[in-house]
Design a binder for this molecule. Structure first.
Ligand code: NDP
Ligand code: GUA
Length: 484
């Protein structure tokens, strides 16, 4: 990996604006999922390092929380600009540790940077309120204040954007952050820290703890009395555990957890657009996103036509090392991801499903999987209940709108749902009945910094992005002035 800006390859723990070894000198390996080769070794943060980072964040909070919005905005804008100036290197780093095609990685860097830019602006508009009083001797108002030290835990599927989506609103609000990135993708996090340092972020405002000791460090982050808020993106199982652990000190939580997105193709859909949208949501990041279409529900009358068009489009996807220019599907993150897909496919086949495209590991390498289509799927199959997190389209058939809505809502998750229809009445009806936090209509790509991203049911709670995203890191303080 040849970076133009060599400073972006950082391998130390980031505390007090310095990259350091871990207190026990231990390290862990970061491998390239496309070929299994060692990229580098990274310092492995310990419990002592975690306590140091929390102490540093607590000290920094005293000053950072009193800075004015213009001071914070200026640093965030500079950070944004540095991310953009270094986007080619950051994308290369991301593809090397995570696997997604370079073009998509570049898209993620722009997307990640957009949260920094958005919150550099949005922090200037987090107004309090003047409340009309019902007693003439009193005046009532509210102010928005930073909640305190924030712990953030992020996943490997978006190693840059999931960090900026939490860190930018937190520091824009005046909070300080201790972040544990995913073990598979610490390099993007450390490169962001290097650029934050160059942007002039004071020491202690952001600490990064690359580690394999996720359980111990997770326990400290969720139980330490100095941490006021935990923001997590990842699996529902881990989200529930972090919530239990956080209960002892009643931390405020934002949990962005698993999804099981339905993508409904109605018979009045514009079919070419439906194919394009379904492919975009399904195969982005090789199917490894929490808002990926997990189940494609197709109305019976258009099923043969849709399947033909969809199959032709999926056949055009190019599996390969993300560094190669024409690759559109990179490797999956690790062997567990491959095993999970194989098990889900076996279960579906045993229960009557049929693979009509792909279904096997791809010759490009150990962690590559063929873009796959599996039909005759039903709600009894495991793949209808849990996240596939891979390049597999599971196709279900329905006959009526009511049936489609019932099938779509038949899950414990409630993050994103998509549907395709040109009928305006149906668009309104269905969008109101789907039990999801995000709805995409005639569109497969719904994420953007200006809009609130977040789920309901067991997909978690809290919003990221938009003006709601900064409120997650603030308290609303009510002030009553009396004796007038
Ligand atoms: N909502 C989403 O965007 C995501 C959903 N998932 C779902 O989860 C499945 C498993 O993926 P996986 O990466 O294992 O997801 P996890 O939920 O295990 O990991 C997400 C983050 O949480 C950390 N973590 C894991 N266990 C703990 C713990 N006990 N205390 C503190 N932090 C912890 C991980 O650290 P470490 O990296 O060291 O394990 C990582 O930083 C996927 O197949 C997918 O279905 C996964 C990623 C993102
Ligand atoms: O998978 C995730 O957790 C985030 C999805 C990426 C996005 O669309 O913001």
């Amino acid at each position: 990996m040849e970076l133009k800006n060599k400073k972006l390859l950082q391998t130390g723990i980031f505390i007090d604006n310095k990259f350091t070894k871990s207190t026990d000198n231990s390290t862990f390996k970061v491998n390239n999922p496309a070929n299994g080769k060692l990229v580098c070794t990274v310092a492995n943060a310990t419990e002592i390092d975690t306590n140091k980072a929390i102490h540093s964040a607590e000290t920094a909070f005293k000053k950072w929380s009193t800075t004015n919005v213009l001071e914070r905005s200026k640093i965030l804008k500079k950070w944004y600009q540095l991310i953009i100036d270094n986007k080619d290197d950051l994308a290369l780093l991301l593809t090397t540790e995570q696997g997604k095609p370079l073009n998509e990685a570049l898209g993620e860097i722009n997307y990640g940077a957009s949260f920094v830019e958005w919150y550099a602006e949005e922090c200037r508009r987090t107004y309090g309120e003047t409340i009309p009083f019902s007693n003439n001797s009193k005046r009532l108002k509210t102010i928005q204040q930073p909640i305190g030290v924030v712990a953030a835990i992020t996943p490997w599927n978006f190693p840059t954007a999931m960090i900026t989506r939490k860190v930018a609103p937190a520091i824009a609000a005046g909070c300080t952050v201790v972040l544990k990135p995913a073990e598979d993708t610490p390099l993007s996090a450390l490169a962001l820290a290097q650029l934050a340092l160059e942007a002039g972020l004071p020491k202690g405002v952001l600490s990064i703890l690359p580690t394999t000791n996720y359980k111990d460090i997770g326990r400290i982050l969720t139980t330490h009395p100095s941490i006021a808020k935990v923001s997590f993106t990842g699996s529902t199982t881990v989200g529930k555990l972090l919530m239990q652990q956080s209960a002892s000190t009643l931390k405020k939580l934002s949990l962005e957890l698993g999804g099981n997105a339905p993508c409904i193709i109605f018979d009045d859909a514009e079919l070419d657009n439906a194919v394009k949208g379904a492919i975009a949501t399904k195969y982005r990041n090789a199917g490894q996103t929490c808002v990926c279409a997990n189940r494609i529900l197709v109305q019976k009358s258009i099923y043969p036509t849709f399947l033909k068009k969809y199959t032709e489009a999926v056949e055009k996807l190019k599996v390969g090392n993300g560094i190669k220019k024409n690759s559109t599907i990179g490797p999956l993150i690790n062997q567990e991801a491959i095993d999970k897909i194989k098990n889900l496919l076996t279960d579906a086949l045993e229960n009557g499903a049929k693979i009509t495209l792909g279904g096997n590991q791809h010759k490009a390498g150990k962690l590559f999987f063929e873009p796959t289509i599996i039909t005759n799927c039903t709600n009894e199959m495991q793949l209808s209940k849990e996240e596939i997190f891979g390049p597999v389209s599971s196709i279900f058939i329905f006959e009526t709108e009511e049936e489609a809505i019932a099938m779509a809502n038949d899950t414990e998750y409630g993050l994103a749902a998509y549907f395709f229809s040109e009928n305006v009445n149906r668009v309104i009806r269905v969008s109101e009945k789907l039990e999801y936090g995000i709805i995409g209509i005639n569109e497969g790509i719904i994420s953007t910094a200006e809009a609130p991203f977040g789920g309901i049911k067991q997909s978690g709670f809290g919003k990221e992005g938009s003006f709601y995203g900064i409120e997650e890191y603030q308290i609303t303080k009510y002030i009553c002035i009396g004796n007038l």
